[in-house]
Design a protein around this ligand. Structure first.
Ligand code: ADP
Ligand code: MG
Length: 348
């Protein structure tokens, strides 16, 4: 009863602090915030624009299109916080927006962080969340949250495998009995795919394109495996020789070629983790397979390619962009069960 009252007064929050997107889930309500992890600043200052409100969607629109007086920054890169102060400002904005100040109470918060994060970085996330208005803070490894969100039976004495492909990192993990038994974080993910497209356009079309254009091309016609019907799209950029704007038509075959190297790097990371598992776990994997989560899971044909190359079943989680956030929320619902395996601010 008391718990229900507390929950009503001050709902607990699950946060997926991603390099590309930050999602906030309120227990019992679902995902209430899903915005890019971007902050816009007055150039030369640490002042967030719009009295601290130029965060998320609004700030992303400014990326790459800002007048000289404004810069738009991503406070996380390669899965780690590169700008603590801005990360805190961003968390604060999202936590306040999600709780509408929580009637003055401080919510309990579970935050998903990359597996490779150092103790110093953990401390920084704790401090940011606390200063942003959180009460008790717990950290959960992203891949564990992804597995919980994807509904994998990770508490069973049986191997489950997940590969979460975000903007900055791909997190691969094998879990059993609620714990990670083998894992690797690789710094090749969505951003690298975009960069590979930019590089390809420069090399093969003498066209310089922006990263948002590259991302669009990736989502529209990018693939990791031959398509039943190959596609084309028009790309606009700057001619690297004449320096004037120009259009080009690219095919999905060309973009697949551009993406081959980073896609293979992600595949190698998955193979590396499987190789480190003992034979019993590997036997489980050939039944249970691999689940793909994160926005990168949506790259067309990636599941097919992985299935062919790894020889195990591969499936894409439902709504892969929200799997981690939903995992943090499920973790909050069963906090008594998970608490002992999470890092909490009281221990560090
Ligand atoms: P993070 O956890 O790092 O915030 P997300 O899981 O939100 O990352 O995924 C963002 C990444 O997913 C971006 O690099 C984005 O380009 C990519 N992405 C989103 N949708 C698609 C799609 N349909 N095809 C390929 N990549 C996609
Ligand atoms: Mg993520």
């Amino acid at each position: 009863m008391l718990q229900r009252f507390r929950q009503w007064m001050c709902p607990d929050l699950g946060i997926d602090l991603g390099t590309a997107n930050t999602l906030v889930a309120i227990q019992g309500e679902g995902i209430v915030i899903d915005e890019p992890s971007v902050v816009a600043l007055q150039k030369g200052t640490r002042q967030v624009l719009g009295r601290g409100s130029a965060v998320g969607k609004l700030a992303k629109q400014m990326l790459g299109r800002t007048p000289d007086s404004i810069t738009a920054v991503r406070p996380l890169k390669d899965g780690v916080i590169t700008d603590f102060e801005l990360c805190e400002a961003m968390l604060q904005y999202f936590i306040r927006k999600a709780t509408k100040q929580s009637r003055g109470m401080r919510p309990r918060v579970v935050i998903a962080v990359p597996g490779g994060i150092t103790p110093v970085e953990k401390r920084a996330v704790f401090n940011s969340a606390e200063r942003a208005g959180a009460g008790r803070v717990y950290l959960i490894e992203e891949s564990k949250a992804a597995s919980i969100g994807a509904g994998l039976p990770i508490s069973e004495p049986m191997a489950s495998m997940v590969c979460d492909i975000g903007g900055g990192t791909s997190e691969v993990a094998v879990l059993s009995l609620g714990e990670i038994v083998a894992a690797q974080s690789c710094r090749v993910a969505g951003d690298e795919l975009d960069e590979a497209i930019m590089e390809y356009m420069k090399q093969h079309f003498s066209l310089r394109i922006g990263d948002q254009t590259a991302e669009q091309v990736k989502m529209e016609i990018g693939s990791a495996y031959p398509l039943e019907r190959e596609l084309t799209t028009e790309v606009r950029g700057l001619d690297t020789i004449s320096g004037v704007p120009r259009k080009a038509i690219v095919t999905s075959e060309e973009i697949r070629d551009a993406l081959q190297e980073p896609v293979e790097a992600i595949l190698a990371c998955v193979k590396g983790v499987i190789e480190r598992c003992n034979p019993e776990l590997v036997a489980d994997l050939s039944d249970n397979g691999l689940v793909l989560t994160g926005g990168g899971a949506l790259l067309s044909g990636l599941d097919k390619l992985m299935n062919e190359q790894l020889g195990i079943p591969v499936r894409i989680a439902d709504e892969p962009l929200t799997t981690v956030a939903r995992g943090t929320s499920i973790c909050l619902e069963h906090l008594n069960h998970w608490r002992s395996s999470l890092d909490s601010d009281v221990e560090l």
